[in-house]
Design a binder for this molecule. Sequence first.
Ligand code: NAD
Length: 479
Amino acid sequence: MKELQNYIAGAWQSPVKNQWLDNSEPATGKVYSRLPDSTAEDVQMAVDAAKKAFPIWSAMSVEERSRIMLAIAQEMKLSFESLAEAESKDQGKPIHLSKVMDIPRAIQNIEFFATEILHMASESHGTKGVLNYTVHSPIGIVGCISPWNLPLYLFTWKIAPALATGNCVIAKPSELTPLTATMFAELCMKAGLPPGVLNILHGNGKNVGTAIVEHPDIRAISFTGGTVTGEQIASKAAPMFKKLSLELGGKNPSIIFADCDMQEAVQQAVRSAFTNQGEICLCGSRILIEDSVYEVFCDAFIQKVKQLNIGDPFENGTNVGALVSKSHWEKVLSYIQLAKEEGGTILCGGSPVHPQGRCQDGWFIEPTVIEGLGNDCRTNQEEIFGPVVTLQRFSSEEEAIALANGTKYGLAANVWTQHLAKAHRIAHALDFGIVWINCWLIRDLRTPFGGMKDSGVGREGGFEALRFFTETKNVCVKF
Ligand code: NAD
């Protein structure tokens, strides 16, 4: 069985306590590798390595750091196929998606921050006889903790700006999807990243995650994951005055107005609901539809959902793969049951799927569409994070806004209308960090990314991400 290792001080390391976790392939339900169940002792080794590396890495010119990061991106391109295959095997997503979304975006993350750092400038404020200027210096050692839904995509999204700004990083991928982060470590070695600059620790949140958050020498935590985990992390990091970036859960609305381009809205609502099995924090899981077009939308939507192919992520033509773990599969099924108990009607899907052949024990669920539930019920309030979407009606702009804003989350919304002024009006009234008008999941990496309310604290992306990973100092000179 494949045995993954921690990557500390530029070398592979077994966990100090020799404890291991099993790693399964979601599409087959079978264990196929094991990974370190790391502890505080491993974190200490990583911190020691990072401390040694920091004076070298932080003193390098930005051009030199950029060159090394671009060499990593180049290695990723050379390993494109194997990274894509590993991501689909480990996560359960269709191979097509790994190839068009996850791996290209992971490469883009490294390239983007490797080059953005070349353009980072600091401010100066002059007045009579005095010049103030701002210095952005690396924080030192930072922690990056990422989830399982877009494994290498979100892992690199965090570590790239941290490395570009001269920090040394202790990074933890999700214990459910450790494979591509391990392959990434190998590519860093090939590309000549100095030992200790990036250290990758495997294991669960309770042990190694907590140890990273609590280590006094790790001065900033960038976390993406669930809202409850974010709360636990904040409760530990805040009293230690660590810098914190939290990208958390969502319950995102897709808002369909009668005056939209209906064909495009239906097409994109299907994509937004079921891409990556609905396991994207930005997925539209509540579709709000204007009364007058409810039936038209609903019929066209259901027809398209029924055409989605569920099955082996490695088969061409698969649209919906396996859910990441047995416990997540059970959780999503329990929400479908809850929706029925709350009085919802299942318009399509609703059941587990057992494809014939190698995937018969995999964790698959039919794309599921539910209607007839009020906004206050748990199905419409809690993040399900699977191939499950609800439909609700609205009869006015005000009602659409109230329904959309009516959860504790505020990550992303998408709005479908041809009416220009209404589109802007709605965008301004929505309490979401991202509002897509007549589109979904178009990402420009320079834009601020993050959620309002319980969806997070702070913003990633562009110069915001570079600033997060720096300390800001004002120097005031009288002359
Ligand atoms: P999770 O919170 O269970 O785990 C995320 C990471 O945190 C994992 O690496 C996990 O091991 C670690 N962790 C868990 N408990 C910890 C603790 N107490 N201390 C430190 N680390 C800990 O989330 P998940 O199930 O992996 O991911 C799904 C969630 O992530 C969903 O809620 C989804 O909306 C959210 N998400 C948000 C964004 C965003 O950008 N806002 C992006 C992707 C996913």
